[in-house]
Design a protein around this ligand. Structure first.
Ligand SMILES: [Zn+2]
Length: 385
C-alpha cells in the first residue's frame, strides 16, 4: 500500500488548510438583512460551531457546504430540523433524491470556462454513473439557454470562497432534487491543482449533491443537524479511502472506496423496471447522445423482452420531461424497435432552430398492464442540419 504514506502526507497538508478555516472570524452582522441574520442564528441553533461559519457576503459557508443568504434555505433547514425527532429522519436525509430523478440528474458546465475543470466534471460523473448496482445516472445539458433544466449547475465561485476551500456544494432539497450547485475556486492553492485532484474534488462535491455527507464528519466536528447523519448499513464508522472524507482537497482521484460504492448502492438501488429499457439513455460516459446524421440512421430503442410479460408495448418520446408524441404503438414485444432520421426529424425536430434535441427520453409501456412502465435517462439527439 504505497498510497498510504502519500495519503498520510496529504492529510497533514490538508489539515493545515483546514485549520486555517477555524481562525477566520465571523464578520459583524451589521448591514446584514433580516433573512441573513435569521439564517445565521438558525445555523448556530442547529449545531454548527460559530467559529466555523464564514461570512462570504452572499453565502455562509461551513467547510464546503454553502448556505445562500437570500435564496434562503430556511424552509429546507426547518424541514430538516423539524424532522430530527422522527425515527426515519436520518435515512430520509441520505435518500433525498427521489427515485424518479436519481437516474436522470441533469447538469450544466456552461459556466465552467476552464477546459480541465470541465473534463474533471465529466470524468467525475462518469465515475459515479459507473458504480455497479446503482441507478444513478446523469445528463449534460449542453446549451446555456437550456440551463434552467439543469439540476446541478457548476460555476466559478467568483472569489466568494475562502482561499483554503477548493469547492463547495449543496445537499439535496426536500422535494427530492439533487444539490443544485457546485462552486469552484480556481484560485485554490494558487491554481496549482493537478487534473487528478480536480477530478477527485468534483467526485467529492457531486457526492454532496447526491446526499452524501463527509465520511469523517465526526472528526471534522460537524453536527448531525440540520442534515442528519445516518451511518449507511454495511459501511464502517470510518473509511480512510472514502472519496467523501472532508479536508482532502489535495487528494488525487484513485477511485471510490468499496464502502463508497456500497453507500450508493444502498441509497439509489435499481427499481423493478429500471432496467427494462436498455437503450438509448444508457449510463453516462462523458456524454450520452445519439447521432442521426443520415436519413437512414436509426434511433433504436432496446428493452429486455423477458422482463415484462406483454404481447405488445407502446413507446413514447419525451422531451424536457413532457410527452412530445408516440414513437410507436402496438409494437410486438421483441426487445427492439427503431425509427430513422426522417421520422424523428419530421415528428419531433420540426421547427427547431437547433441541430440537436436535448433532454430527450423514451418511455415504454406494457399494453397488457399500462401501469408497468420504464423511462430512460435523458439523452441528446444530434442531427446534421
Ligand atoms: Zn465536502
Amino acid at each position: 500500500m504505497k498510497m498510504l504514506k502519500l495519503t498520510s502526507l496529504v492529510i497533514i497538508i490538508s489539515c493545515i488548510f483546514f485549520s486555517c478555516k477555524k481562525s477566520e472570524p465571523i464578520k459583524s452582522p451589521e448591514g446584514q438583512t433580516a433573512a441573513s441574520k435569521a439564517l445565521l442564528e438558525k445555523l448556530i441553533e442547529y449545531g454548527f460551531k460559530k467559529d466555523r461559519i464564514q461570512d462570504l457576503g452572499k453565502y455562509y459557508v461551513v467547510g464546503d457546504l454553502l448556505f445562500n443568504k437570500e435564496l434562503t434555505d430556511m424552509k429546507k433547514l426547518e424541514a430538516y430540523y423539524s424532522k430530527k425527532n422522527v425515527q426515519t429522519e436520518q435515512t430520509a436525509t441520505y435518500n433525498l433524491i427521489s427515485g424518479a430523478r436519481a437516474d436522470n440528474i441533469k447538469f450544466s458546465v456552461a459556466h465552467v470556462s476552464d477546459f480541465y475543470w470541465q473534463q474533471a466534471i465529466y470524468a467525475a460523473f462518469t465515475s459515479w454513473a459507473g458504480v455497479h448496482n446503482s441507478k444513478i445516472n446523469f445528463h449534460d445539458v449542453i446549451s446555456v439557454d437550456k440551463e434552467n433544466y439543469a439540476d446541478i449547475i457548476f460555476k466559478s465561485d467568483e472569489g466568494s470562497l475562502p482561499s483554503n476551500v477548493i469547492a463547495a456544494a449543496e445537499f439535496p432539497t426536500t422535494n427530492g432534487a439533487p444539490g443544485f450547485q457546485v462552486l469552484i475556486n480556481y484560485d485554490f492553492n494558487s491554481g496549482n491543482i493537478s487534473n487528478e485532484s480536480k477530478r477527485y474534488n468534483m467526485a467529492h462535491e457531486i457526492g454532496h449533491c447526491l446526499g452524501l455527507r463527509h465520511t469523517n464528519w465526526q472528526s471534522m466536528g460537524e453536527p448531525v443537524n440540520p442534515y442528519g447523519a445516518n451511518q449507511i448499513p454495511g459501511t464502517p464508522s470510518s473509511d480512510i479511502n472514502s472519496v467523501m472524507n472532508g479536508g482532502t482537497a489535495l487528494f488525487s482521484w484513485n477511485g471510490f472506496s468499496q464502502y463508497d460504492t456500497i453507500a450508493v448502492n444502498y441509497l439509489y438501488p435499481f427499481g423493478t423496471y429500471d432496467k427494462w429499457i436498455t437503450a438509448p439513455g444508457t449510463k453516462y460516459t462523458y456524454t450520452n447522445y445519439v447521432t442521426l446524421y443520415n436519413d437512414n440512421d436509426l434511433l433504436e430503442v432496446r428493452w429486455d423482452k423477458n422482463l415484462v410479460s406483454t404481447t405488445t408495448v407502446t413507446i413514447e418520446f419525451y422531451q424536457y420531461g413532457v410527452k412530445k408524441g408516440n414513437f410507436a404503438t402496438s409494437v410486438p414485444n421483441t426487445g427492439s424497435y427503431a425509427r430513422n432520421r426522417v421520422f424523428m426529424r419530421n415528428t419531433f425536430h420540426s421547427g427547431s432552430s437547433y441541430n440537436y434535441e436535448n433532454i430527450c427520453q423514451i418511455k415504454i409501456i406494457a399494453d397488457s398492464s399500462p401501469s408497468v412502465t420504464d423511462i430512460t435517462s435523458s439523452f441528446t439527439i444530434f442531427y446534421n442540419d
